[in-house]
Each structure stands twice: as structure tokens, then as C-alpha cells.
Ligand binder design. Structure first.
Ligand SMILES: Nc1ncnc2c1ncn2[C@@H]1O[C@H](COP(=O)(O)OP(=O)(O)O)[C@@H](O)[C@H]1O
Ligand SMILES: CC(C)(COP(=O)(O)O)[C@@H](O)C(=O)NCCC(=O)O
Length: 380
């Protein structure tokens, strides 16, 4: 199975190991409620401080915060990730309730009852669904700004998790070694329902320099209408089998089969996405659903790649990291974005992808439990 598809079919819940992962007491929970998906990040930890077979307190190995304090057993455990469709928010609330994740303040003996009833939340849904969380789970959402969280999550991953960033070129993922002293500035492009482009200059130092409403929601929304797919994964799967040349008007279609070398366009370059449909006497039903899905995916990915590069150019940025659940580790999406960045930058800029692509915001909210030392965690 192709790497991209493998990741796409992963289980709904996945984990990052923190040092000494071993037990399962839930300690912190953060949510990112976006236009399409709710992302949940929570940590579980060994909280019992029992001696291991060498007679050493297991919490002494918890080296996640710089001063080595063992007051924060959350550092000895796992980060768990889960996601739900925002339209099915009740599934998410049931998940949280069934695992008692909302009782997350409990690990800290000194946590006040007040703290125990508050969870960090980001994304527009932190505003939209605050009352629902209160009503169904009895918790208040402590709202953290979405852009702050995206940047914090991205910086956390790039600095802490290895391997996290990779390039996707000619069908191959290649992991990128991140030099902590040479990370900034970079452009973060988060492709969620819509797209935000953020110039990141350091921890908490950033500027949202651009955005576009043509993003993941556009692909899923238009794709659903055009193909009658029932799920995002089905639409993505279809795109694998399709051929965009059936619908896209290529340079060669306009130039009698030839290239247009003077402006650097080969005959196979797309001159006009969906352009063939104007001249053919065909209805929507006459086109293959696979081909429609492929053209749509290509159109949107290409466009985002191009706008990203133009913004990188505006600020002289060479590195562009792409996140957001639109990507889904999908080979064709990453390939199209990479090719677009490479083409427009004439090889000067590089598109890089993040393994925890869709969880930047949720991770940023998670690390914002600052008073609990979580802004400094490290991982294995
Ligand atoms: N299972 C899924 N259901 C719906 N959309 C999905 C799914 N998986 C990936 N996506 C894509 O991811 C986009 C949402 O990405 P995300 O980063 O979660 O943004 P948001 O915060 O706006 O929800 C969707 O618009 C869609 O393109
Ligand atoms: C409004 C948003 C920040 C919300 O984030 P999302 O739920 O899409 O992840 C995002 O959809 C966006 O940046 N849209 C593009 C708006 C624009 O710049 O035109």
C-alpha cells in the first residue's frame, strides 16, 4: 500500500510516547474544534510513583521539564490523539465522557475543584459549543487563540518530536533534520476547512500574513456535491484511481499537442482546471467520479501550493511547513503541493509536511497548560 494511503487509513486514535510511557491515568485534555473536525489530545501517565524493579521511583525518570521536577507525572506517559467530525460533536462528547477525560485536573493533587472543571479549547467551536460542553460534561472551555495554538503546536512538534517533518518528492517521504538554531523564520500553512498562512519568527512570534477560503472544506464540500461521496475518505480514495486529464484542459489541448516553452509550460501542464468540460457535450454524469475527484484535489492543492509560495516569496522564506487535516498524508495531495512549490520557486523553496498535520492547534492548546509545566515537555 502506498505510504500516503497507509497513513490515511490509520486508526482514529494514535499516540506520541512521552518518557517512561507506562500507565494510563488521564491527566490533561485539550480540544480544537474546527469547521470540519474536532481534534482531541490528551495525556495519560503513570501517576502511582511505585518503585520499579531496581527500587527506583518511576517518576524520577520523568525528565520532561528542565528542572527535572517530578511534580508533573504527566511527563511520564503518552499523548493520545483522536478526531471526530464537528457535525457529530455528540460522538466526541460521549468519547470524552466514556473515558472520563474531562476529569483531567485530577492528577494534580493541589488542583482546585475549579481547575478540574476547565479544559483548554481552541478553534471556532470553542466559542460555538462552549454551552454544550457545559451542559453535557459540566466543564468550561478555557479558550485559547487558534493562531497562537497553531504556531505553538507547530513549534512544539518541530522542536520536540523526531522525526516530524518530511518532504515528499517523486513518491518518497524523506525526513528532515530540524536544526533548532535555524528553524525560524518559516511559513506555516494550515489547510483546514479554510487556509491560514502564518509567518513564524519564534515562540509566540508570528504574523498571519495570508489565507484563502479555497481549502479542505472546499474539496470536501464541492467533491461531495459533484461525486455524491458519503465520506471524505471515499472521496480521497476515488482520487487515487482518477485521471484529471479527462476534465482538465491541458496546455497541449490548447496548443495542438505541443508545449509552450517560451513561458515554461509543458504540454501536460494544466492550463485550466475543469476546462475541458466547457467544450464537451457532456453532463456531470458522463464524467467518472474518480476523475472529478482527482481534478478537484489537484486544483485545490495546486492553488494552495502556489499561494503559499507567493507568500514565502513576499517575506523571503525558504521553508514552508504544511499542516491541517486536508493533507491526510495523502500521496497525491503532497505530491501536487510539492510540485507547485518547486515549480513556482524554481527549486528555491521547499514544501515540508508534518506527521501530526491536523493536530497542531490541539497540541498548541495542550501545551498552553503553562502553569502545569506542559509548555516545556519533551518526548521520546
Ligand atoms: N474524516 C474527515 N471528515 C471530514 N473532513 C476531513 C476528514 N479527514 C480529513 N478531512 C479534511 O480535513 C479538513 C479539515 O481539516 P482540519 O485541519 O481539521 O480543519 P478544521 O479545524 O477547519 O476542522 C476537511 O475540510 C477535509 O478537507
Ligand atoms: C477562519 C479560519 C481561521 C478557521 O480555521 P479552520 O476551522 O478552517 O481551521 C480559516 O478557515 C481561514 O483562515 N480561512 C480563510 C479565510 C481567509 O483568509 O480568506
Amino acid at each position: 500500500m502506498e505510504v500516503g494511503m497507509r497513513r490515511q487509513l490509520e486508526e482514529r486514535e494514535s499516540k506520541i510516547m512521552l518518557p517512561n510511557q507506562s500507565a494510563d491515568e488521564v491527566s490533561h485534555l485539550a480540544v480544537d474544534i474546527g469547521g470540519s473536525l474536532i481534534k482531541v489530545v490528551y495525556s495519560s501517565s503513570n501517576n502511582n510513583n511505585e518503585a520499579d524493579d531496581k527500587g527506583k521511583k518511576s517518576s524520577n525518570d520523568c525528565v520532561g521539564i528542565p528542572n527535572g521536577s517530578s511534580d508533573y507525572p504527566v511527563l511520564c506517559g503518552r499523548l493520545h490523539f483522536a478526531k471526530f467530525e464537528t457535525s457529530k460533536i455528540n460522538d466526541c462528547l460521549e468519547f470524552i465522557s466514556s473515558k472520563q477525560l474531562h476529569r483531567c485536573g485530577g492528577w494534580h493533587q493541589e488542583a482546585s475543584p475549579h481547575d478540574k472543571n476547565i479544559i483548554k479549547a481552541t478553534g471556532g467551536g470553542a466559542y460555538k459549543f462552549a454551552d454544550l460542553f457545559k451542559e453535557k460534561l459540566g466543564v468550561s472551555l478555557d479558550k485559547v487563540d487558534e493562531m497562537d495554538c497553531l504556531v505553538a503546536g507547530s513549534n512544539f512538534l518541530l522542536k520536540t518530536v523526531h522525526p516530524e517533518a518530511f518532504t515528499y518528492i517523486d513518491g518518497r517521504e524523506e525526513y528532515v533534520q530540524i536544526d533548532h538554531n535555524d528553524l525560524y523564520p518559516y511559513l506555516l500553512v494550515n489547510i483546514g476547512s479554510g487556509v491560514s498562512m502564518i509567518k513564524v519568527d519564534g515562540d509566540g512570534k508570528f504574523d498571519r500574513v495570508s489565507g484563502t477560503s479555497v481549502g479542505g472544506g472546499t474539496f470536501w464540500g464541492l467533491g461531495k456535491l459533484l461525486t455524491k461521496c458519503k465520506s471524505f475518505d471515499e472521496l480521497l480514495e476515488l482520487s487515487h484511481k482518477g485521471n484529471n486529464r479527462v476534465i482538465d484542459m491541458l496546455v497541449g489541448d490548447i496548443y495542438g499537442g505541443g508545449d509552450y516553452p517560451k513561458i515554461g509550460l509543458s504540454s501536460t501542464a494544466i492550463a485550466s482546471s475543469f476546462g475541458k468540460a466547457i467544450s464537451e457535450n457532456k453532463e456531470l454524469e458522463d464524467y467518472g467520479r474518480e476523475d472529478i475527484s482527482r481534478s478537484l484535489l489537484r486544483m485545490i492543492s495546486n492553488n494552495i501550493g502556489q499561494i503559499s509560495y507567493l507568500n514565502a516569496l513576499r517575506f523571503g522564506l525558504k521553508r514552508i511547513f504544511f499542516g491541517g487535516f486536508f493533507i491526510r498524508g495523502h500521496a497525491y495531495t503532497m505530491d501536487t503541493i510539492s510540485v507547485a512549490v518547486h515549480f513556482w520557486s524554481k527549486g528555491e523553496a521547499k514544501a515540508m509536511f508534518l506527521r501530526h498535520e491536523g493536530f497542531l492547534g490541539a497540541l498548541g492548546a495542550f501545551t498552553s497548560y503553562k502553569s502545569h509545566g506542559l509548555d516545556n515537555i519533551t518526548t521520546h
